[in-house]
Design a protein around this ligand. Structure first.
Ligand code: DX5
Ligand code: ZN
Length: 233
């Protein structure tokens, strides 16, 4: 019996940008497993956020993997710049990409981890024919574009379907839940099969220290860590 540890991926979208380096270092010391960078272009989603220069600066202050969640209209135009800045992993959306296989192939050819993200209204089935190529899948548990939104419970059934597909086709692939993750919703996402939780507000804007906020999340999921067999401990 092995117990799969759940990874926490703080999303810096909710961080205090005036103290970004400090806050990411604090998250690293508190046991964050990777740092999630939400990239928005005002076209793919109705919001602007940050680009590769932020990754470049963070690369100097943390040894954690930096993952770029590209919510942008033309991800292919920006991949090289993000790689040069120090990005370790990319999450690209299924929606709006007419040549997803090529985008995924380019990222892999650059030696980086690659994942596909799907929006709340996108069915799990679209992943079936690309899953073998992926290191990660990200299920949006809110509509993309903004932090501080409420978790959409209807996405839980989809997380279960993606988990079943991963176990069948690509066992080692991570399954991330992104949006509205807090101490109440984290255990639901984990029970449904997520093994990486992306959290912005609950870690960086929760009225407590980053370490305390991360401990709160860890405690919330502790009784329900996903089992890779039917045993429990
Ligand atoms: C939404 C982003 C998420 C989100 C997470 O478009 O992809 O990463 O900001 O932030 P919270 O935890 O505030 O929902
Ligand atoms: Zn994200």
């Amino acid at each position: 019996m092995t117990t799969a540890a759940i990874q926490l991926a703080p999303s810096i979208l909710a961080a205090d940008f005036a103290r970004l380096g400090e806050q990411v270092a604090e998250a690293e010391h508190a046991g964050a497993n990777r740092i999630h960078v939400d990239v928005m272009d005002g076209h793919f989603v109705p919001n602007l956020s940050m680009g590769a220069p932020v990754v470049k600066s963070l690369r100097r202050v943390t040894r954690l993997p930096l993952e770029a969640h590209l919510m942008i209209a033309n991800p292919d135009f920006f991949i090289d710049e993000f790689v040069a800045a120090g990005t370790d992993a990319f999450l690209v959306h299924w929606e709006g990409n007419s040549d997803l296989s090529r985008t995924v192939g380019r990222i892999k050819a650059l030696g980086k981890r690659v994942g596909v993200a799907i929006n709340p209204a996108t069915p799990a089935a679209v992943l079936e024919d690309i899953l073998q190529e992926l290191d990660q899948v990200l299920v949006m548990t809110v509509n993309p574009g903004f932090g501080h939104q409420k978790f959409l419970h209807a996405t839980l059934a989809k997380i279960e379907r993606v988990r079943a597909m991963i176990d069948r086709l690509k066992p080692g692939c991570s399954l991330e839940a992104d949006g509205g993750i807090d101490a109440e919703t984290a255990p639901l996402a984990v029970a449904a099969g997520a093994d990486v939780l992306v959290a912005g507000t609950a870690i960086f804007d929760n009225g407590e220290s980053i370490a305390a906020a991360m401990q709160r999340l860890r405690s919330a999921i502790a009784p329900q860590r996903r089992m890779t067999s039917c045993s429990s401990r």
